[in-house]
Design a protein around this ligand. Sequence first.
Ligand code: SF4
Length: 240
Amino acid sequence: MIWDNHKSKHHRRRLPIEEETANTIRAWLPIRARLDVPAQSARYLFPAVTADHAQAHMSTSNLSKSLRQWVDSIPRLTTDVPGPDGSPLSFDRSLIYPYAFRHSYAQRHADAGVAPDVLRDLMDHRNFSTTMGYYKVSLKRKREAVTTMRMHVVDRSVKPAPITSNTAYEARSVAVPFGNCREPSNVKAGGSACPIRFQCAGCGFYRPDPSYLPDIEEHINSLRADRFTAKAMDADPFAS
Ligand code: SF4
């Protein structure tokens, strides 16, 4: 689909759509052809409701009103969350409005594993931080990440130390720089009670996290650079 993003002044953007969406548009076309629309609206898929409208296409407020009427006409809307009696809880209809579709679009793509930079492009955002505001990392994806990462845990001397279950990975550790701490009193205190002043690199309870490898390499390079600088300055050995 080709669309004009008037808000960002990006015109003729190409947006891939699913077959189901394409079929829905195809089904709409014959209905649209039978509508008696204002002359200035002839080229629009969704024309203005009357000729008095400032815009030739359907306005946002008309779209909102139509959507509200349709949603209100649905007899029962439920979530997939069971209530106290086991039957599904009702869905809050006020959460259905046109802009929410954009959030659903981002969430569905994120849940399907679409790469963040691709999603940013599809949403036509300049910054990834804007795209991130449109979706949450689902529990399922967090669980998958934990399942993968717990098998790659190593101890401080880089010997494999996989953790047996997701629960153990999450419950018996707290985050420290570049990894996790498994020292029980520090875990119990939520990471604020390290008995040896956070000297993690030399601690038996430290579990470096491989997902930090790029940051660790960057840190090592910066330490190396400091060392060479100290040597060039003829600093005492303890300084380098
Ligand atoms: S030094 Fe050891 S006990 Fe302290 S925070 Fe780091 S890993 Fe935990």
